[in-house]
Design a protein around this ligand. Structure first.
Ligand SMILES: [Zn+2]
Length: 98
């Protein structure tokens, strides 16, 4: 089941907001989002049980749609190969009415 994304708001210094057609929303700080970076390097770090500590002054250089699949974010610290899938972002969002 796919619920469509109806709105994306990127504040490149601060946060990402996503809204779905069923009314659920995600508002996440860039630091939190960066710590969930889905690139292979960061997945490896988390698999070792380490935490990802985003650098001070982190920003998003760009955020682009990657087909229907998700959002590709280029970070100011050089990470850019991971794609934040809608499924994953939705799993972080509050449910409807929360
Ligand atoms: Zn990464």
């Amino acid at each position: 089941m796919t619920v469509e994304v109806v709105d994306i708001v990127v504040d490149r210094e601060r946060s990402l907001g996503v809204a779905w057609e069923d009314g659920s929303r995600l508002d996440i700080s860039l630091r939190d989002l960066r710590s969930l970076c889905p690139c292979a390097g960061c997945i490896g770090v988390r698999e070792r049980g380490a935490e990802i500590e985003p650098p001070a002054g982190l920003s998003a250089l760009s955020a682009e749609l990657h087909g229907n699949w998700g959002l590709a974010i280029r970070w100011s610290d050089g990470h850019e190969t991971g794609i934040y899938g809608w499924e994953m972002l939705r799993s972080l969002a509050g449910g409807v009415g929360e």
